[in-house]
Write a protein that binds this ligand. Structure first.
Ligand SMILES: [Cu+2]
Length: 168
């Protein structure tokens, strides 16, 4: 085996590994916390958008989700929509506890990630990173798929949702 062939084979393997990791759009995972089904219901005219995802705690301890941020939005908050006396309103949420080996879901009409002050040019079809922060200091960044205002769920649920959650 010549030195040259060894070198090029190593380089080829490194290249293949790089391509593989770039093509990997699987769930965002950090030390036992998993974020899946992540999507954003985009609204026009710089209106605040709702971010939705499933967050799974696969650790043996309760984790508390305490905040979120994104380089693509100037302000990001945790909200919950509640109905009171027939009116729906959004409440700011300081922390969302997730029990060991349980998950919680951000869904339209319930918990949502309120995305305000969007960067110019965000539109359906793009993906946007959002980082979720936990009280133990961990954070998980997931790619959220930007979807149209009529979307009611993640892409793989296309057409299965109803229209009940047009609000955040
Ligand atoms: Cu909200």
């Amino acid at each position: 085996m010549t030195l040259h062939s060894t070198f090029s084979r190593t380089a080829g393997r490194a290249l293949a590994a790089g391509v593989l990791s770039l093509g990997l759009l699987g769930p965002a995972l950090a030390a036992g916390i998993e974020v899946t089904d992540a999507w954003i219901r985009w609204l026009p005219a710089n209106l605040p958008a709702g971010g939705y995802a499933k967050v799974t705690n696969d650790t043996d301890k309760e984790v508390r989700l305490v905040g979120a941020s994104s380089p693509d939005y100037g302000m990001v908050m945790l909200h919950r929509t509640v109905s009171k006396d027939g009116m729906s309103q959004m409440l700011h949420v300081d922390a969302i506890p997730i029990a060991p080996h349980k998950s919680m879901a951000f869904t339209p009409g319930d918990y949502h990630i309120m995305l305000m002050q969007p960067r110019a040019g965000i539109e359906p079809g793009q993906t946007v990173p959002i980082t979720l922060k936990f009280s133990n200091g961990q954070s998980v960044t997931a790619q959220f798929e930007v979807r149209k205002p009529t979307a009611s769920g993640p892409a793989d649920m296309k057409g299965m949702g109803d229209m009940k959650g047009m609000q955040h």
